[in-house]
Structure formats: C-alpha cells, structure tokens
Design a protein around this ligand. Structure first.
Ligand code: ADP
Ligand code: MG
Length: 576
C-alpha cells in the first residue's frame, strides 16, 4: 500500500485485509478527512458529494473502534431507501468479514421473520430504513439499550421523503445513544433543525462548496419542444447512445409511460418506482447492474443513493424540482473516478427557469438544440458501416463466402447490400423531426410573453376566451394559500409548465383553477400530487374530476392536438 494509503491510519489488520481483498488501497478525500479526526467520540456532520465514498468514511472508524467480541446491536445506520440500506449493509458485510460480527438489514417489503432472526442471532451493525426500523423498535425485536452510535445517512433525503417522525421516534427510543453522525450532500433547513435537536457540538466536515461542480461530470442540456419531450428523448438516446443510462422522471406514472414508450421505440428499458414490490425492484436493478437493461427510468426517490457502477449517462426529463435535486440526480453518474454525462431535456421556457434555478453556481453546461433526424441518420449510417466493415470473422468463413456467392448469382449486388444495410439499421426508431417545432418555440420565446394581464391578487386571462376546465380546490385564502403558492403546487404536482394553468381565482375557503388540456390530462392520470399537497382531500381526486366536467360549462374536454411529429421512414407501425 502506498504512503497515503489506508495503511497509514493504523487500522486493525482485519480491516486492512478486507480492504486489500476488495482492492481498495487509497482512501477517498472524505474517508481521509474522517479517518484523520483526532477523536471519534463526538457528534459529526459530514457534507460530501454523492459517490464520494461516505459509507466507508463512517464504517471504517466505527469498526476500528469497536470492542470485540460483540453480539448485540451497537451501531444503527439509517438510510432513506431499501436499496441504499441493502447496499450499505453489503459494504458493512465485506468490510467486517474478518471481525466476526454480523450485520442485519431492516427494510420494508422483505420478510420480517428473517430480519427478526438476524437480530436474535446477534447482529452488531444494523442498517435499516426509518419505517421498518421503527417497527422493529416498537415490537421490541430491535434491542436498543446497547446502541451507542447512530448514522443518519443521506439525511437530506430521509427528510424530503417525509421520514422526520420515524427518525425522531427512533432517536428518542435509544437510551444510550452517545454519538450521532449525520451525512448529507446538502443542508436544507429541515436537516439543520434535526441536527440542532439531536446532535450536540458536532464536528463539521465539508467537502462541498455551494454550487460546486462534480469534476467528473459533463453537463449538457438539449432544448426540445415542450410537447414533444418523449420524441426529444428518443432523438437524444439515438444521438448519445448511452451504454448505461439512468433516466429521471417526476412521477411513478411517468416512469412507466416513458419506459413503455422506449420499448416500443426499440430500446431496452425498465422502470423503477416506489410502488414496486421489493422483488420487482431487485429484478430490474439486477438487470440494470449486469448490463442486460441499458436504460432505467426512475423517480428521484427510487433512484436515491443507488450505487450502480458505470452509469454513463443521467438524463433528466424536464425541469428538476430544485437545484439540489439537479445536483443529486447528476451525481448518479461519474462515481468514484469514472467520467459521466448528465443530460437535461428542457423546453425553451424551462431552460430559462433552469438558468435561474442554477443561479451563480459554477456549473458548466453545454447547450444544444435536440439533434435532428439528419444528424442522427448520419451517425447511424456510420455505425452500421463500421459494424459491417470491421466484422472480419464472417467474411473469412468459407460457409458464408459460399453462401454469398450463391446469393450473388440470384440478386443484383447493389440491391443485396441495400437490403442488408436496411436490416442492420431498421430495428430502431430513426428519430423524429423536431426542428420546426423547436424553432417555433424559440421564436415565441424570443418575442417574450404575450400574456400581460395579471393582477396581483388573481391570475386571470381577462379578455381571452377560457379554454380550460375549472377545478375547485378545497383550500383557500383563509388556509394561507395565495396565487403563487397554488400555481407552484399545481405545476409541480402535475408536472406541467405554468402556461398549462389558466385563471386562478382565490376565494376564502376554496380556489378555482383553470386547467388547460395538458394539465387536465395529467390530472386525469394522477391526482394524488394535488392530494398530497392538501389542495384536494385525500382520495377525492376522481370526484373532483367529475365535478369539474359536470360543472364546467365553460370548460372543454378537448385535449391538445395530440399530433406527434412525423417519425422518419421505415418501421412506423406503432399501435397507439
Ligand atoms: P456515497 O455514499 O458518498 O454516495 P459510496 O460510499 O456509496 O458513496 O461509494 C461509492 C462507490 O465507491 C462504492 O461503489 C464504493 O465501494 C466505492 N469506494 C468507496 N471508497 C473507495 C475507495 N477508497 N477506493 C475505491 N473505491 C471506493
Ligand atoms: Mg452513501
């Protein structure tokens, strides 16, 4: 091991041996920082980028210090998602292989009795998701009296996933917790509050500057027509040809639609979202990890903390919710020294918002218009040609040569080659003509917004003919809502642009919101976003829809013209 390797931290032999077996010799910067601390008995807050090696940064000192033998839970690691917990548990397992301690994984969706058994058998390190861990605490299957150390891994995500109550429930149930380490890539207000409440005089280590750019990631943004993101995605995939791409969507429904459409377009893709069973998730993840599935379409939540080696491309469809989401998603690629590409698909309007969202952060983004059909055709041709010309084996095989000679006596050589080239290139979509739509949107944007008639109290379309369907939401001014908040919540929960929401009329106890066709169709597909933000009562989304239609004399059910841009040539036989 080299001079600045793990060997210079006087780690116990069992750990060095495990690291050596794994082939890890040099600590990552965050590991180095944590291992170099004077003492490990204080509370700690660590900020570091995703993929920077935070897991070993906490496991190494904890396992180093552990008094052995041990056969009771001493260390509890809480992780936001099942996959992340399982991944951390696996790291703990290989690292502690020579220490003769065992690890329990407590995650939802998997058999409770197996988990209880592993606890009974003397697990010392317990890794879990907050919900399931609290279950075990409440049932008494997780013995809490010896747990002295708690790791809150990806603290920011645990809080944005709404685990605050569970976390507090667990932390309050540990009588001898004397050390709490919080790992978080970002420090939003809620995380700071939690740390103020549960950590005392923490040492702080930060390896991120605000708005810092991950050096190993190249960021590109493609401008696509607002209504043709899907077709834009197809073009970008054909152009960029990701080997292993992780595609982010906002909702569960969107992941399924996008993945389905990609399959119809000839790509091999799968969806990952929070409502899949553990078995389904494991299957799709395994296929993605072993390379059988080159494209995985996921929600933020489902993809959080996933450590899949060699994600070559992250693709974010539409405007990310905020800057942190953008940073986190792009951190899924370019991990542990591999270069990765982060791609955004944005409409011209979204692009403006995105620039504003990123603000002064030091992120270099290369801006491009979505590749057009001609450019895609050209690279596809080059690839096919190269494939054909470099494929020596077949050409040197007697049987094939004989076969070729035979065919040539029957078919004109030019036709024959043309047919072969067609069969080489036709299995995939050839892309879509999007340039004229995009140019139109760019022109419209450069002319500036047309709609001027806004009063501060109400967002109205005065003077223009109402085009949408009115929806009555159950909260109003008296509940503290205002136009801006309603507009923001409607847009984010339906994942639509502001231009898809028409008039908003604030009343004391309700709001009337005009949904234009795209927003309406999103609402028809999934109304739970609006339920979650409290604008519609839980489970009432469907009812609201019927009310909206029956009471909407001014509304119209017309969808936006659902024309798709023309797909180029060949096998356009998709049924829809
Ligand atoms: P984070 O929690 O910061 O997102 P992880 O701890 O999951 O990052 O580490 C990312 C990847 O880097 C994992 O596959 C891990 O095994 C690998 N890794 C961690 N530390 C080292 C190291 N010192 N040398 C080589 N690879 C490492
Ligand atoms: Mg981690």
């Amino acid at each position: 091991m080299s001079e600045n390797g793990f060997a210079c931290y006087s780690l116990r032999d069992e750990l060095l041996l495990a690291l050596n077996k794994k082939g890890f010799s040099i600590p990552t910067p965050v590991q180095e920082k944590v291992l170099s601390m004077d003492r490990f008995d204080t509370d700690l807050i660590v900020r570091a980028k995703t993929g920077s090696g935070k897991t070993l940064a906490f496991l190494l000192p904890l396992l180093q210090e552990m008094e052995l033998p041990a056969s009771n839970p001493l260390i509890l690691v809480l992780s936001p998602t099942r996959e992340l917990a399982q991944q951390t548990a696996r790291e703990a397992e290989w690292l502690s292989r020579y220490l003769d301690i065992s690890v329990a994984t407590l995650v939802g969706g998997l058999d409770m009795s197996t988990q209880i058994r592993s606890l009974k058998e003397g697990a010392v390190v317990v890794v879990g998701t907050p919900g399931r861990t609290l279950d075990h605490v409440n049932r008494g299957s997780l013995k809490t009296e010896n747990i002295h150390t708690v790791i809150l891994d990806e603290g920011d995500h645990m809080l944005d996933m709404g685990f605050r109550d569970e976390l507090e429930g667990i932390l309050d149930a540990l009588p001898h917790r004397n050390r709490t380490w919080l790992f978080s890539a970002t420090m939003p207000r809620e995380v700071k509050e939690l740390s103020r409440k549960y950590l005392s005089h923490p040492v702080s280590i930060s390896l991120v500057e605000d708005g810092d750019q991950h050096e190993d990631i190249v960021h590109k943004a493609y401008l696509v027509p607002f209504r043709h993101k899907m077709e834009g995605l197809v073009n970008v995939l054909l152009w960029e040809r990701p080997k292993r791409g992780l595609i982010f969507c906002h909702t569960r429904l969107e992941t399924m639609n996008v993945s389905q459409r990609l399959i119809e377009e000839g790509f091999n893709s799968g969806a990952l979202h929070g409502e899949m069973t553990q078995r389904e998730r494991n299957t799709v993840l395994a296929a993605f990890k072993n390379g059988h599935l080159p494209l995985l379409v996921a929600t933020n939540v489902a993809a959080r903390g996933l450590d899949v080696e060699g994600v070559t491309h992250v693709i974010q469809i539409g405007l990310p919710d905020d800057r942190d989401t953008f940073v986190h998603r792009s951190g899924r690629t370019g991990r542990a020294g591999h270069e990765g590409m982060d791609i955004l698909l944005l409409s011209p309007q979204e692009a403006e918002k995105f620039k504003y969202m990123i603000g002064s952060a030091k992120v270099d983004i290369e801006w491009n218009n979505v590749p057009d059909v001609q450019a895609i055709g050209k690279v596809q041709r080059e690839i096919a040609e190269e494939k054909l010309l470099t494929m020596k084996e077949a050409g040197e095989n007697e049987d094939y040569l004989q076969w070729a000679e035979d065919l040539l006596t029957r078919v004109n050589p030019k036709n024959l080659v043309a047919r072969l080239l067609f069969s080489l290139t036709s299995k995939r979509s050839a892309g879509y003509n999007l340039s004229s739509d995009l140019e139109r949107e760019l022109r419209r944007k450069s002319r500036g917004p047309v709609e001027k008639d806004r009063t501060p109290g109400n967002r109205s379309l005065k003077g223009s003919r109402p085009k949408g369907t009115m929806l009555r939401l159950s909260k109003g001014l008296a509940d503290g809502w205002d136009v801006g908040r309603v507009l923001h919540s409607v847009c984010t929960s339906l994942n639509v642009d502001r231009s898809e929401v028409g008039a908003i009329r604030m009343k004391d106890d309700h709001v009337l919101v005009e949904l234009l066709p795209v927003a309406l169709s999103r609402f028809e597909e999934d109304s739970r976003g609006l339920e979650r933000c409290g604008l519609i009562e839980e489970g009432k989304g469907r009812d609201m829809l019927f009310q909206a239609y029956s009471g909407a004399s001014r509304g119209s059910r017309d969808r936006a013209p659902s024309s798709r841009p023309r797909r180029q040539g060949k096998t356009d036989s998709r049924k829809r």
